[in-house]
Design a protein around this ligand. Structure first.
Ligand code: SF4
Ligand code: SF4
Length: 422
């Protein structure tokens, strides 16, 4: 739907940031969509060019430009390899914010994005309700009557989804030598991976932290920030900052890579809000991924190396590896248990196609990347693939099931919890 003629647009792009791109092309081979299509417009360099062309009014904010921006996973692999320090994620978020305000999407895409995703995912009670029809369809084996898109979406929902209410305070039985940590339970994590959240808290307790999980915390805002709803993301940030300020914690721990990267960027998200900028910076400075915390205590909480166990590999969740640059710590933890049975995954940091809600809005590219990831996992001969993000777990599990592969996909907290149970 071409909706806006090629005229100068209201200012949405930080021009200096976009000019940092020197067109060297070093990011191209890291970009999953470019690897799949070979089209320059589906590369970081091409997309920055498109953003600038729209901003200058040389290109209409229409189907062509929006298509290539929509196809971006927001994985930020390009940012991690850029020698010029281009802040691609920031350029993308502002461009998407502009698109959502000024471009008319099809009725189906509008329903999918504004209602099915944004009005459900960030609200655990609504997500529980939305899962009910899926469970009934599965129980009655009615999947084959669904259109392909719906079947794909259904395949992402785990059979063993468990909600688990965490206690507000989880004391550390062996003592709280390392203080009091706040825990972010997450929207998807708390509904689909309740057991993983409980395992994360147990690991923190064993590592010497008393853990507080405030029940009034809310969505981190990642879903909104990545889909071009920056003001909604800011509202989520303000709420969580207030909630955790009341808890007197020195550290705030998150076990979902996608949420972690947004929580660490609250300072940036609220930098222009004088009432919140400093509080947001303070909050973000306390946020740590679970693997950052546990790798510091690796000798203290009893990992047992087992060279006779199954072969294990590790998939880098994009938002842990690229914006947070955390690749060493999870590997140290997995190796500390798997010993000689650890194998590196080829293209471990290429997106699996999950990318937040991308596998719902862009199912075709998501499926191509899912297959690429599964082929690489199978090449390793691993029986366990470990990762750090719920979206990756759902996407990889669904892909393994489609391939009929006998490989278990585990969150790192579940993997380590098994290895450290007293
Ligand atoms: S690596 Fe950086 S500077 Fe080079 S083309 Fe990519 S975004 Fe531009
Ligand atoms: S964020 Fe990922 S998909 Fe988007 S341009 Fe960068 S590398 Fe490519």
């Amino acid at each position: 739907m071409e909706s806006t003629p090629a005229t100068a647009q209201p200012r949405f792009l930080d021009y200096d940031k976009s000019l940092a791109c020197i067109h060297c092309g070093l990011c191209l081979s890291s970009c999953p969509t470019y690897l799949e299509t070979g089209n320059e417009n589906d590369s970081p360099r091409g997309r920055i060019y498109l953003m600038r062309a729209v901003q200058d009014g040389r290109l209409a904010l229409g189907d062509t430009a929006v298509r290539h921006i929509d196809l971006c996973l927001g994985c930020r692999a390009c940012e991690a390899v850029c020698p010029s320090g281009v802040q691609y994620g920031d350029l993308l978020e502002h461009t998407r914010d502009h698109i959502e305000k000024h471009y008319q999407r099809s009725p189906f895409q509008t329903f999918l994005r504004r209602i099915a995703i944004e009005k459900v995912f960030p609200f655990p009670e609504r997500m529980q309700l939305a899962l009910l029809p899926a469970k009934i369809i599965r129980a009655l084996r009615l999947e084959k009557f669904l259109p392909r898109f719906a079947r794909e979406a259904l395949s992402l929902i785990p059979d063993d989804a468990v909600e688990e209410d965490l206690p507000v305070i989880s004391p550390a039985p062996g003592g709280t030598a390392n203080g009091r940590a706040g825990f972010i339970s997450g929207c998807v994590m708390s509904i689909l991976f309740g057991k993983t959240n409980a395992a994360s808290v147990r690991l923190l307790n064993r590592a010497g932290y008393e853990v507080v999980t405030p029940p009034d915390q809310g969505c981190c805002g990642a879903l909104y920030a990545h889909s071009g709803q920056l003001e909604l993301a800011r509202q989520c940030a303000r709420h969580n900052i207030e909630v955790f300020e009341r808890q007197n914690v020195s550290t705030i721990v998150i076990n979902a890579a996608g949420c972690g990267s947004t929580l660490k960027e609250y300072g940036h998200l609220l930098q222009d809000d004088p009432r919140w900028a400093e509080r947001a910076r303070q909050f973000s400075s306390k946020v740590k991924d679970l693997t950052e915390i546990l790798s510091l205590r690796i000798s203290g909480f009893g990992l047992r190396i087992s060279n006779s166990g199954p072969v294990v590999t590790y998939h880098d969740a994009c938002h842990l590896a690229h914006p947070q640059r955390i690749t060493k710590q999870p590997r140290e933890l997995v190796r500390a248990m798997a010993g000689g049975n650890y194998v590196e995954l080829p293209e471990s940091d290429v997106c699996c196609g999950s990318a937040g809600s991308y596998n719902l809005t862009e199912p075709e590219m998501a499926e191509r990347l899912q297959k690429r990831k599964i082929d690489n996992i199978l090449k390793t001969g691993a029986r366990i693939v470990v990762t750090t993000n719920p979206g990756c777990l759902l996407q990889i599990r669904a892909g393994l099931q489609k391939a009929g592969a006998q490989v278990e996909a585990l969150h790192i907290a579940d993997f380590l919890d098994r290895a450290t149970k007293p």
